[in-house]
Structure formats: C-alpha cells, structure tokens
Write a new protein. Structure first.
Length: 63
C-alpha cells in the first residue's frame, strides 16, 4: 500500500483529483500505523513464546 501511494500512478490521481489527496494521505498514515502495530504485536508474541519455551525446558527429556 505504501509503495503504491508513492507511485507515479497515485501522484497522477492526486493531480487529476486534488480532493483525493486527503483520502490518500489518510490511507498512507493508516498503512504506517498498521505496520508499526503489527511489528509490536509480533515482538510481544515472540517474547511470550520465548518465555513459554524456557518454562518447558524443565520438562524436556535429555537423551
């Protein structure tokens, strides 16, 4: 999404329809926010899985 918003096609749309500039700007902001939220969620998930993994280590059978 972010790539398309920076593309020449998107810029041409804004030149042809200036009223869409605000809409496309909002879409860009939403895409950036979503990417940050996803990264935060993945980091939290990885931390939780690492914690579970360390807790399970006591139950693993060593050969």
């Amino acid at each position: 999404m972010q790539s398309w918003l920076k593309s020449e096609h998107a810029k041409a749309i804004v030149r042809d329809s200036p009223e869409l500039k605000e809409v496309l700007s909002g879409a860009g902001t939403a895409a950036k926010t979503l990417a940050k939220e996803q990264a935060t969620a993945l980091s939290a998930e990885e931390s939780a899985l690492a914690k579970i993994n360390s807790q399970l280590a006591a139950f693993r059978v060593k050969w």
